[in-house]
Design a protein around this ligand. Structure first.
Ligand code: ADP
Ligand code: NA
Length: 328
């Protein structure tokens, strides 16, 4: 009986991850590595589907890996690697592309959102979810810890796995998304109707893991709330306060009910001030640890090379199986 296989990836498209990435996905990566056979990767192949600069991309891949280590991904417990170091990913993606309907691929809402923001839209951005399916299926993955925005891509991955298995015989495990409801979509602090993202319109909308603790405090304290003064969870009418409650409950290891009781009749000032401290205390140390991992270049290289070797052992086995099935 094997441990459940877990796989997930994150794009190196910014200098720092944000609190939405952390609470939606990365915290689960760290938690799951104790009970599962985990593969975590920096998905640089995905990052070139939008405009990029080679030098910046290379550095961001390293900073991304260092951040993952800093927030607790343990290379003794999980394989940590950079996607482009494992050539089986685009090779399986080609096979899966031949199984994907054009209409099916055209229904992906993230493509519509992302392409609307680009000056030129690439075929790579369009086929991105097929590469993502390959990322997952190569490892015979049982669970994929991600945020809510990835649910549709996971559905496509499942459909492709089932279709391939039906056509060619059992080849891939059909994966399940692992989505934590409360933190599945962390909202932008300046526009709490929107998802927090690195492309936030307001510099105060997004708390980065590498922000200075004082920047983190300022952003939390200036988060948009509402004209009431009641700390109450109501996503529809109080999206700003509800978002802060979700963040507080997750980082403070407490519940929304307890927080509502604690802040009853106390207004937003105390609530935001305390949350600012919780955020600064729990995320503040990540920046210094990231720097340490970046400073030891040889050690970071060693971790990523070992991770890629471990990944290739599994990925090459699955690819060989799929090649044989399609008649290569
Ligand atoms: P981004 O969406 O910022 O471009 P990625 O696409 O690389 O980042 O996403 C990395 C992980 O973080 C994915 O699992 C994604 O679902 C999750 N994620 C991204 N933004 C949020 C958010 N606002 N709330 C919860 N999870 C999120
Ligand atoms: Na995303």
């Amino acid at each position: 009986d094997r441990k459940p296989r877990v796989l997930s990836g994150i794009q190196p498209t910014s200098d720092s991850f944000h609190i939405g990435n952390y609470l939606g996905a990365l915290r689960q990566w760290v938690a799951l590595q104790d009970t599962s056979d985990a593969f975590y990767m920096v998905v640089d192949l995905h990052a070139i589907t939008v405009d990029h600069e080679p030098k910046v991309l290379h550095q961001r891949s390293r900073v991304s890996a260092a951040q993952l280590l800093a927030l607790g991904v343990d290379p003794e417990k999980s394989a940590l690697f950079v996607q482009s170091q494992v050539p089986e990913h685009p090779m399986l993606a080609w096979i899966l592309g031949a199984e994907t309907g054009f209409g099916e691929a055209s229904r992906m809402t993230q493509f519509k959102d992302k392409s609307a923001k680009q000056e030129r839209t690439t075929v790579g951005l369009f086929t991105y979810p097929i590469l993502q399916a390959a990322d997952i299926l190569l490892y015979q993955t049982d669970q994929v810890p991600v945020g809510e925005d990835q649910r549709q891509h996971l559905e496509l991955t499942r459909d492709l796995a089932i279709r391939f298995n039906t056509t060619y015989g059992q080849t891939f495990i059909v994966p399940e998304p692992h989505i934590v409801k409360e933190t599945a979509t962390i909202k932008d602090l300046a526009e709490p109707e929107k998802k927090m993202s690195k492309s936030s319109a307001s510099p105060r909308g997004c708390v980065y893991l590498l922000d200075e603790p004082n920047q983190m405090r300022k952003k939390i304290k200036s988060a948009v709330t509402d004209s009431e003064a009641e700390v109450r969870y109501d996503v529809e009418h109080k999206p700003g306060v509800s978002n802060l409650l979700n963040i507080y409950a997750a980082l403070g290891n407490t519940t929304i009910e307890k927080l509502e009781a604690e802040y009853a009749g106390r207004g937003y000032g105390d609530f935001k001030g305390d949350l600012a401290e919780v955020v600064a205390d729990s995320l503040g140390p990540i920046a210094a640890r990231t720097k340490e991992y970046l400073a030891d270049k040889a050690e970071l290289d060693r971790i990523l090379t070992a991770g890629a070797e471990k990944a290739r052992q599994v990925a090459s086995r699955t690819l060989a199986k799929a090649y044989k099935k399609v008649g290569f």
